[in-house]
Design a protein around this ligand. Structure first.
Ligand code: COI
Length: 354
């Protein structure tokens, strides 16, 4: 936006907050009172506004519906003991949103639209940031094509929106995962490094096949040989083997996860040996077989750390050490939680107070 951002506000007539049981909130089911929207029309972002969260009109020909021309982010806000709202690493989500937007032929989102929209929305819905232990406000910024045109070409019109929802734990317990050796999430040259709907929709079917066999999620492997581990479900994946923290290196096929980046920074700060490199399925399976796989976990905004309890590969299942014995992942999870809740010093400058 070139001129000063002028956000119009239309408040909800009656807040829905009294209907919410903050002690029992399921991920992604309850939305806060308001949403932020801006339109990209005639080459510029305009009409920044906050309105009640409600159903919206969209052209039935929108390329968002037909071709997945949509990108999104996920970040969280936390309420500290003294009632301050903290957001965690919102700048990284902004950077990544624009990386995804470029890949999907969308215009760059200006920083003021993102930050001022986020701030205004969180101020108006600050009561929706829960303070019950283990909860937070999940923030979902997204951009999608708002063209009324079914042909294939870069879109001309877009909407940028932010919605928020109070959330509890993403996974109720440690997860059982299956190393996928047929289906593929991402390939070299594809869009796996982006947060676009195109990466998530097609992943649901293979995950469902694994869920039908008793697993919670998949471990994705490379698209050429299924030889290297890439991600787990919708998260980055990490292992502790021989006291070293090992995770697949970033590239075309791997999301530049903000929790991933935070966990690696903390591990390095603690003096732990960290390896970002290609991780072979064979070495993880061998470590699990020999009892050397000390810890395995997914790292993502929704779950923060999702402990992996069991790994299945081909026809074998490997049980991992009990979660309570896992030194690193428990310690790093506590460190991140304490940082987000303002209980310890924000030594990396990751927190923004609203
Ligand atoms: C995350 O783990 O942070 C995600 O992106 C999950 C989301 C797709 C619900």
């Amino acid at each position: 936006m070139t001129e000063t951002l002028n956000i119009s506000v239309k408040k909800i007539a009656q807040s829905k907050i009294s209907q919410v049981d903050f002690k029992n909130i399921q991920f992604g089911k309850t939305y806060s009172d308001h949403m932020f929207t801006a339109d990209y029309i005639d080459g510029e972002w305009k009409n920044a506004r906050i309105e009640p969260y409600e159903m919206m009109h969209i052209s039935p020909a929108s390329p968002a519906l037909h071709y997945g021309i949509s990108v999104f982010e996920g970040l969280k806000a936390f309420k500290t003991a003294d009632g301050v709202v903290n957001i965690f690493r919102a700048d990284k989500n902004f950077e990544r949103l624009n990386v995804s937007a470029e890949r999907m032929c969308m215009p760059r989102l200006p920083a003021d639209l993102y930050y001022e929209g986020l701030k205004a929305l969180l101020e108006i819905d600050s009561e929706w940031v829960p303070d019950v232990e283990g909860t937070s406000l999940y923030i979902r910024p997204f951009i999608f094509s708002n063209d009324d045109y079914i042909g294939i070409r870069p879109s001309l019109n877009f909407k940028f929106m932010i919605i928020t929802c109070p959330v509890g734990a993403y996974y109720a317990k440690p997860v059982k995962v299956k190393i996928e050796d047929h289906y593929v999430r991402a390939v070299e040259g594809g869009s796996g490094y982006c947060k676009t709907g195109c990466n998530y929709g097609p992943a649901i079917y293979p995950a469902k096949l694994a869920q039908d066999k008793g697993y919670d999620q998949l471990v994705w492997t490379d698209g050429k040989e299924h030889k290297y581990i890439e991600e787990s479900g919708t998260m980055n994946i990490m292992f502790v083997i021989d006291g070293k923290l090992i995770t697949p290196a970033l590239g075309d096929t791997i999301l530049n996860g903000i929790t991933r980046n935070s966990v690696l920074a903390i591990a390095r700060d603690w003096g732990m040996e960290v390896e970002e490199r290609k991780v072979e399925v064979a070495e993880v399976v061998a470590a699990a077989r020999e009892g050397k796989l000390e810890e395995a976990f997914g790292a993502g905004t929704a779950a923060t750390i999702a402990h992996i309890q069991q790994i299945g590969y081909k026809d074998e299942d490997f049980e991992l050490p009990p979660v309570e014995n896992r030194k690193f992942s428990n310690k790093v999870l506590a460190e991140l939680d304490n940082m987000k809740l303002g209980k310890i010093e924000d030594r990396f400058n990751w927190i923004t107070k609203i």
